[in-house]
Design a protein around this ligand. Structure first.
Ligand code: 48H
Length: 257
């Protein structure tokens, strides 16, 4: 085996994937449950979709379950999505199902990739591209270690017909838009309302309602939807995240038509 051949194989293969991702139908920011589910359903509908994930690992907040007990809970509707992905869950009592966090994170990732999603880990979205009529039409990317080391290195950009902000509690893409782009988010105040304290029942319902196009070309999904619209957090129940991802995919597919 030749080290240089190994190196060339990696460089050429990665470069091909990244070049392919410079023109997308949908760019998803964040490989947590909402982002991976959204990307999975889009890819199954033959939409060209990639996920950009800041961290080394995908899965976002799934792995740690509740307070590091690596189990998550879903309700009846969430279980249907786990079933679709072939993820095992055990009925705890009526309306409450428990799944293994490691199985959830790894299977969502595996099924999304097999459906055709490209996942780029270790890449952070540091800005958006804006075009006519103040529409989000791409992402500005940099290596996460560049941000971590605070190096002054200019980013690169990709074009995308739609962007899904699935960045979790911080709703980073929406924050960028409110800070740097003209116009307002489609929230009552035009700004980000900020996430509220825990109330699982309301939070789960509202996550789904809040999954919308919040700015032309920008859909918000998962926990970031609640941060944008001022809804509560829900703790380690994940049905809302899965359902929000599925709704975001449906919305994106409709908007692409
Ligand atoms: C690239 C980025 C950037 C960026 C962030 O936090 P997540 O798991 O998000 P969701 O919405 O899919 O799921 C939320 C859930 O995990 C959770 O936190 C719950 C249910 N909390 C309830 C409660 O009460 O606390 O994943 C978001 C992903 C992460 O992997 C980030 O690293 C990534 O997005 N990310 N990737 N560029 N600018 N910002």
């Amino acid at each position: 085996m030749d080290e240089v051949v190994i190196s060339r194989a990696i460089i050429e293969s990665y470069q091909k994937d990244l070049l392919e991702a410079t023109e997308l139908d949908v760019a998803v920011v964040g490989a947590g449950p909402a982002g991976m589910v959204a990307a999975y359903y889009l890819a199954r509908g033959s939409v060209k979709v990639a996920i950009f994930e800041r961290k080394l690992s995908v899965g976002g907040g799934i792995w740690g379950g509740g307070m590091m007990f690596n189990k998550i809970v879903v309700q009846e509707e969430g279980k249907e999505i786990l079933d679709e992905f072939g993820i095992a869950s055990v009925r705890y009592q009526k309306g409450y199902y428990v799944a293994n966090a490691v199985e959830v994170a790894s299977t969502l990732c595996s099924r999304a990739m097999k459906a055709g999603v490209s996942i780029f880990n270790l890449i952070s979205v540091e800005d958006v591209v804006i075009r006519e009529a103040d529409r989000v039409s791409g992402l500005v990317l940099n290596w996460s270690p560049v941000q971590m080391a605070n190096l002054h290195i200019d980013p690169l950009a990709i074009r995308s017909r739609l962007v899904i902000d699935a960045t979790g509690h911080d709703a980073e893409v929406c924050q960028l838009v409110t800070r740097k782009v003209r116009g307002e988010l489609r929230t009552p105040s035009g700004k980000m309302a900020g996430e509220k304290s825990m109330w699982a029942e309301v939070a789960e319902r509202e996550t789904l309602e809040n999954t919308r196009e919040v700015y032309p070309g920008l859909i918000v999904a998962g926990m970031s939807a609640n941060a944008v619209f001022g809804s509560p957090r829900m703790g380690p129940i994940f049905g809302g995240m899965l359902l929000s991802g599925k709704k975001a995919a449906k919305l994106a597919a409709e908007l692409l038509e």
